[in-house]
Design a protein. Structure first.
Length: 358
């Protein structure tokens, strides 16, 4: 056969079949069954926990956990933007506030809830584009500072436009009632917010399996390499900002009806930092990390309030962040996934000779 000539049977079905493995590796199939079994067990445990919370908690704590679910939805949006695309943003609380103020202003003016919900998507899309386009060539701290500027402009608007937003005193929001269901009822709020969080979880997991999700990861890992592979960096970044803003705005819209009050302080710099802390603490790039981070940000202050020492939360919370940064660089999800036995196996693995522990 001349050099460089491809055998005739190489492109045929017989040639392809000859090169294909005869059967899947049994260890891969076994690993897949183990992962599926762990997923089912985890889902069953979470379902039992949620049912116990729903049945055993009082009205106050049901509303608190509803806020956990909404915070988790918004945190998933920031995780798509920061954890999966690598865009450091400090405007996420402003997106959250946009949805909340659409609910507050729309309800005060008698706007139908369905029209409000559509308006939330439109406003979030516009806000995502407005923040994304000027920052396409920025990264890291410079990007964070520019997104912070958007948050400050949003704060200025909320405080100065008193006839529209109520100014620094905020606005009361009556509970949303649809088809006999009211978010003013703690049990209804718990279930509705839980359903929204589960839907956001499913959508986020599916996004990770799409071409767009894989391109986001490529942009996060190396913009230069992603561009060399033909990925449109501007398009991916704009998409990530829009998705993040929609997640946050929708969660904020429900938040206004569940809590019943909105004010500029709820959507300023510190809440923006809390969203970022939730993603980093839980584990950037993971859906479960958004859940764990949201639970910590919402429930930890409540715990210190219960024991009568609310001022300890910033101190111990900062210490926890330091510990996580030192010993769990991948966040709580990465730390939990590492068992002591796995750590022993790594330490006992030989360091020479090319032989590694199984």
């Amino acid at each position: 056969m001349p050099d460089g000539q491809i055998p005739e049977e190489a492109g045929t079905a017989d040639g392809i079949a000859a090169r294909a493995p005869s059967a899947p590796r049994p260890d891969g199939a076994l690993a897949g069954r183990r992962v599926e079994g762990r997923t089912l067990l985890t889902a069953a445990a979470v379902a039992v926990l949620l049912a116990a919370l729903y049945a055993g908690l009082g009205a106050y704590w049901l509303v608190v956990f509803a806020q956990v679910f909404l915070f988790a939805v918004a945190a998933m949006g920031l995780d798509i933007l920061f954890g999966r695309t690598g865009q450091l943003s400090l405007s996420h609380a402003s997106f959250y506030g946009l949805g909340a103020y659409v609910a507050a202003i729309g309800t005060a003016r008698g706007v139908w809830p369905g029209a409000q919900f559509v308006a939330v998507f439109v406003v979030a899309l516009v806000a995502g584009v407005v923040v994304a386009v000027p920052t396409l060539r920025l990264a890291g701290l410079r990007l964070a500072l520019v997104t912070l500027l958007f948050g400050e402009v949003f704060q200025w608007f909320l405080i100065t436009e008193v006839p529209i937003t109520g100014g620094s005193e905020g606005m009361s929001v009556p509970p949303l009632s649809v088809a006999g269901l009211s978010l003013g009822d703690p049990h209804t709020a718990f279930l509705v917010c839980l359903a929204l969080a589960l839907l956001a979880t499913a959508v986020t997991r599916q996004l990770g399996r799409t071409q767009a999700g894989r391109r986001m990861l490529a942009v996060r890992d190396s913009e230069l390499a992603a561009s060399a592979c033909g990925i449109d960096l501007a398009r991916i970044k704009i998409q990530a900002f829009i998705i993040a803003s929609v997640y946050a705005a929708v969660a904020g819209w429900f938040y206004a009806f569940v809590v019943g009050f909105v004010a500029p302080d709820n959507f300023g710099l510190f809440p923006a930092a809390y969203f970022l802390v939730a993603v980093i603490l839980g584990g950037a790039g993971t859906v479960m990390g958004a859940w764990l981070g949201a639970a910590y940000i919402v429930l930890a202050p409540q715990f210190f309030n219960v024991i009568g020492h609310p001022n300890l939360f910033p101190i111990l919370g900062g210490a926890l962040l330091v510990l996580v940064a030192l010993f769990m660089p991948d966040g709580l999800v990465g730390g939990i996934s590492r068992t002591p036995f796995a750590g022993i196996r790594v330490r006992l693995a030989p360091t020479s000779g090319g032989h590694h522990a199984p």
